[in-house]
Design a protein around this ligand. Sequence first.
Ligand SMILES: [Zn+2]
Length: 322
Amino acid sequence: MKKPKYHFNTKTLSFEEFKGSVKNKFLRFISILTSGMVISAAAILILYSFMDSPKEKALKRENEKLKLQYAILNGRMNQVSAILENMQNRDDNIYRTIFEAEPIPDNIRKAGFGGEDRYKDLKGYDNTELMKNTTTRLDVISRQLYIQSKSFDELILLAKSKEKMLSCLPAIQPVSKTRCNIVSGFGYRIHPVYKTARMHTGIDFAAKTGTPIYATGDGTVIDPKGNQSGYGIVCIINHGFGFQSLYGHMSKMIVRPGDKVTRGQVIGFVGSTGLSVAPHCHYEIIKNGVKINPVNYFYNDLTPQEYEKVIEQASKLNQSLS
Ligand SMILES: [Zn+2]
């Protein structure tokens, strides 16, 4: 309890209780209020310089969350990069090899970004490095994906032409395998007329006169020109891709130079015209102007066992029919 104050009244010669004027009381009240406010403000300032405000705390939490999300994003990008690398390896070592395309050089696949600073907008933040690194990685992945998709476009084109190539290449026997015998193969054989060892540049399929002869791949019938000597009635098909096939000693030919033919189409019939001693089809394959062994071009219609038998028959050192 507040102690009362006294002062000595010289008129009454006695002590009287002192009561302050209203003005004095008001001034006193104002001074207490002001000093209270100053002390509070100072206290709040000191407090805030050592502790975070609730808003700051919320922002810091948000910032931590963002950092975590960046870390998760980077983890995902690691996975994407690994998958992409696997695709690039398969592309270079399998797909491009199958279609005889050169692998894409590393300096193209892994090319960086030169020139102007692409990330200048990201400068001046606390997490500038984090944002810059993540954005750079994303840019690199996007670029590599673009190059990869371009490579696939190229492979699709190659595959399409390969499909055409596969239907054009000679791939079957010119005479049905149930209606003929291979009597002479490619290599040095005794010539039936000259009786000397001569290079036999094809395979002889013995069959009855009139047995159908088939085009062994898609192509265009061409004029035999100088090839006629000895082959009798002869058909030559240009298959493109450097390949031609020749069918000799026919009894009759039912296509003409300029005709388009498809694999398996009848082009004529077995006979013994030209330099021949018995009805047969003399079959040749010419690759880039060189006569090659046709035995490797029957793969479409032979089982492995039949193929082995053909190889055995074609490699016998006997007398050819033409
Ligand atoms: Zn022959």
